[in-house]
Design a protein around this ligand. Structure first.
Ligand code: 5AD
Ligand code: FES
Length: 372
């Protein structure tokens, strides 16, 4: 952004800034500061209405659903915010077998899911080859489905192997794009640089790639959030996962203040304006912080929901933060509940892989997806 527009932004009202953001898909840091600091209720409603307009132009009223299979809570990492961190000895650890994972996918298929997200801790039992076998099994039985992986930082060789086995997408939140803030949230062995490297490798291989961050994590400033937006502009991911930070009682961040619900909604709106075609989930954390959080997320520009397909017996054990919702419900109950929620705000869940639109219209955003 040039000096002239920067100077103009300094004198803009919030409403003018929102219009500018929609037009330019970008603002100066000063402009972002203003939006992240002092939006009135009216400004927010205006932002959300613009975001909905764009979302409906890109995706209509469709809401994509992803069946989340939390297949292992065993993790070698020790992120300070996370309930299943290695040092939390109170966690009852579990690992689903490949057959159990396939069973979840089968149930999900019957419920209309056409994307399965295999999410887990960084669990060494699930080696490159074992996970590749699971991916191949799912793709063989459900060739019309997308497989998304979310298993953390691994080597290029592993990422390549899983892509060749048929995985389509990969979620790896960067968590925060500020170096010193990253250090505050993670043990010394982890680095923002390796996380970013993984994201670039994933994109380069051809995965539809998802990054993202927590809103209101301990020590986070508005400048940190602007760094997150700048990093996303550089990476141009297909998916962006954000949700409020929520304290977990058995972590070093127990007793820290939860992230802000309103700030999360504002960021969803801003992200929709910046990245019109991006896949943007209204996350479980958002549904946990407020009973109608996911519906409000949809009304602020989100277009994806990721309900849980894990067996009910293990759900409580995958508690990244306190009071996580949907841990007692069967998959079919969640699916019905979600349909009602989505319809209550005028949208509808579709049975569709739900690929990123930009992905097809802008080849520089990645390679052609696997043939099914
Ligand atoms: N509060 C909110 N989100 C969390 N995550 C992990 N721990 C927490 C927490 N305490 C998020 C991280 C991770 C994703 C799977 O869940 O952003 O990438
Ligand atoms: Fe799980 Fe409502 S979405 S119970």
């Amino acid at each position: 952004m040039d000096r002239e527009s920067a100077r103009m932004e300094e004198n803009m009202t919030n409403r003018e800034l929102i219009i500018e953001l929609e037009k330019e898909r970008d603002l100066t840091d000063t402009g972002f500061h203003q939006l992240l600091h002092d939006l009135t209720q009216e400004d927010r409603e205006f932002l959300f209405a613009r975001a909905r307009d764009i979302r409906e132009r890109e995706y209509g009223k469709a809401v994509f659903v992803r069946g989340l299979i939390e297949f292992t809570n065993i993790c070698r990492n020790d992120c300070f915010y996370c309930g299943i961190r290695k040092s939390n000895t109170k966690v009852d650890r579990y690992r689903l077998s490949p057959e159990e994972i396939l069973g979840c996918a089968r149930e999900g298929y019957g419920l209309g899911f056409r994307t399965f997200v295999l999410q887990g801790g960084e669990d060494a039992w699930y080696t490159k080859d074992r996970l590749a076998d699971v991916i191949r099994m799912i793709k063989k039985d459900f060739p019309d489905c997308a497989v998304t992986l979310s298993v953390g930082e691994r080597t290029r060789e592993e990422y390549m192997c899983w892509y060749e086995a048929g995985a389509d997408r990969y979620l790896l939140r960067h968590e925060t794009a500020d170096e010193s803030h990253y250090q505050l949230l993670h043990p010394a062995q982890m680095s923002l640089q390796s996380r970013k490297e993984c994201l670039y490798i994933l994109r380069d291989i051809g995965y539809q790639t998802g990054a993202g961050f927590m809103v209101g994590s301990p020590g986070q400033t508005v400048d940190n959030l602007i760094s997150d937006l700048r990093f996303l502009q550089e990476l141009r991911p297909h998916m962006i996962g954000i949700g409020p930070f929520l304290a977990h009682k058995d972590t070093p961040f127990a007793g820290e203040t939860d992230g802000s619900y309103e700030q999360t909604l504002i960021l969803l709106g801003i992200l929709r304006l910046m990245f019109p075609g991006v896949l943007l989930p209204a996350t479980t954390a958002l549904g946990t912080i407020a009973p109608d959080g996911r519906e409000r997320g949809l009304l602020a520009g989100a277009n994806v929901l990721m309900p849980n397909l894990s067996p009910v017996g293990v759900r409580k054990k995958y508690e990244l933060y306190d009071n996580k919702i949907c841990t007692g419900e069967e998959s079919a109950q969640c699916r019905d509940c979600l349909s009602r929620r989505v319809e209550s705000v005028g949208y509808r869940i579709v049975t569709d892989r739900g690929d990123c639109r930009d992905y097809f219209s802008n080849p520089s955003q990645g390679r052609i997806p696997h043939k099914t």
